[in-house]
Design a protein around this ligand. Structure first.
Ligand code: TYC
Length: 141
């Protein structure tokens, strides 16, 4: 995998390495405190190549994972799914299940895209294997 692909896949880390073709002495005053504009060679004259490394962190886009009510999936199955897939305690799983049962929809958690997608897939696969019509969806927060 190429480094740029790795960076593209990881929005947390965006490292930009910039090389300037403009001689340092011809450009704007270099007072930003970085290292790397100094040629360091004989006489201390700059070479005209400036390098700057910037590390920028971005918050990931978050997605709500929602469970939908239906008339057929057993309550106990929903509680077990909430405990297993979303690491809920039995008590919290019961509360969420009852909320979905009464209101029609409820939140199981909020996650970065790929984590949310994996949880939706796990719920849907488990439901299908057990022949329950339970539906789980994700929406951008
Ligand atoms: N309504 C279902 C029943 O009465 C229980 C249920 C709860 C189903 C939550 C789905 O996401 C759900 N058996």
């Amino acid at each position: 995998m190429t480094p740029s692909r790795l960076l593209a896949q990881n929005p947390e880390v965006d490292t930009a390495l910039r090389l300037s073709a403009v001689p340092a002495w011809a450009g704007p005053k270099d007072d930003d405190g970085d290292k790397g504009t100094d040629g360091g060679g004989r006489g201390g004259t700059e070479t005209g190549t400036a390098t700057k490394t910037r590390t920028k962190t971005k918050r990931p886009n978050l997605y709500r994972v929602l469970l939908l009510n239906d008339d057929y999936t057993p309550m106990e199955f929903v509680v077990l799914v909430l405990q297993d897939v979303f690491n809920k305690s039995r008590e919290e799983a019961m509360q969420i299940m009852m909320h979905v049962h009464q209101k029609g929809v409820g939140e199981c958690g909020v996650f970065p895209y790929e984590v949310a997608e994996t949880k939706v897939t796990r719920v849907m696969d488990t439901a299908r294997k057990n022949q329950h019509p339970l539906q789980c969806v994700m929406e951008k927060q």
